[in-house]
Ligand binder design. Sequence first.
Ligand SMILES: *[C@@H]1O[C@H](CO)[C@@H](O)[C@H](O)[C@H]1NC(C)=O
Ligand SMILES: *[C@@H]1O[C@H](CO)[C@@H](O)[C@H](O)[C@H]1NC(C)=O
Ligand SMILES: *[C@@H]1O[C@H](CO)[C@@H](O)[C@H](O)[C@H]1NC(C)=O
Length: 398
Amino acid sequence: MKPSHKLLFFLCPMLVLGFIYYSSGKLHLHVWGQKPQSDEESTLMASTKGPKVKLATDSHVTESETEITLTVGRIVGSVYDKQGFLLKLDTKLPLELAYKYGNLSEGACKQGYAAAKMTTIYPTFMKPAPMFLDRNFKRLSKVSNYLPPFGFKTQERIIEIILTSTKQYGLGEELDSLSCKRCIIVGNGGILANKSLGSRIDEYDVVVRLNEAPVHGYVKDVGTKTTMRITYPEGAIQKPDRYEKDSLFVFSAFKPLDFKWLRQMVFKEKPRGTEGFWKSVAHYVPREPVDMRILNPYFIQEAAFQFIGLPLNNGLMGKGNIPTLGAVAITMALHNCDEVAVAGFGYDMLTPHAPLHYYETVKMSAIKESWTHNISKEKDFLRKLVRAKVITDLTKGI
Ligand SMILES: *[C@@H]1O[C@H](CO)[C@@H](O)[C@H](O)[C@H]1NC(C)=O
Ligand SMILES: *[C@@H]1O[C@H](CO)[C@@H](O)[C@H](O)[C@H]1NC(C)=O
Ligand SMILES: *[C@@H]1O[C@H](CO)[C@@H](O)[C@H](O)[C@H]1NC(C)=O
């Protein structure tokens, strides 16, 4: 081959890749809609001709661009793994990002960084995806056709009732108005113990905790701040006095019954029995409805089927196809935070005597082969994020 041919051979795929990267940035705007629209606005949209025409063109663009992506997938198929992640993960910033971020002063918040970096290793990533369900949730087409946990099909009415009472659908005025948000997901792993990371964790704008992981008594290692606590019924704190006063209670549903439980918690009704739950559940959540949110189930769906590559099983819950709450929270953060860090993630299977959780003496060896999760596949996904520096792992357990 002549050198000039070789160059062309190399340049063509690069150009195509560049185009995909560029277009994926443009594309995602049309998918979720930039902002949750009020009812008034959407009626307006429907009643005027202009926006309608525009919408039609937009969906056309989406289609043709998807086609191109598929074609390219065949030509340069070997560049990406089965999930669509770049095979050769590079920690170096691509040129356009280096230009944007390389010159920021040390410690400055890098606006849009996590999503931009994610897109470089996973070109089909589309950033907009609302953190919580709001009154317009039925418009979220990606989740409306899946049953829980991957969507909300069959639960529309109960969700409507709940959202009428909770009334708030964001992080709160102060956080929503930040132009650059740094988030940290605090996992429950024993690896968090005795590392004195508390003050570093508290520096983040948004501190996400999971299930019943305690703060009181562990402040030195896990910090004091809790912006939100994401839980499912079986994982919710059972002692009312252990709830933080100023945090959001964020609910993540894994089965239809979970929504019923949430309605009881929102309306302060006593749940009748615990049938259908796999362990005892809280009977009372001492939070006002305005401090409660429903996590967008899209993050469970995307983590499971796109990022981790768990079996689709016709879109139903099945063996080994449920991501852990930690992976779901990280997925949420990739869409909604400018910088994402994690701490307390990673099971060290090689050290069976190490503690499983930072707040218990249960040992690592107690973990059994899980029916619902696929820890090893999930770890592969998290490793990609860490290796490519999409997220920062403070405890280096991933
Ligand atoms: C970094 O910023 C300084 C000051 O704004 C500017 O003079 C310099 O050219 C920038 N360097 C790069 C690589 O963008
Ligand atoms: C942390 O330190 C305490 C007190 O020194 C000790 O009892 C505990 O076992 C340590 N935990 C871990 C996980 O090393
Ligand atoms: C996890 O995924 C691997 C690879 O696809 C598979 O061999 C294994 O059986 C899965 N484990 C579970 C618990 O589903």
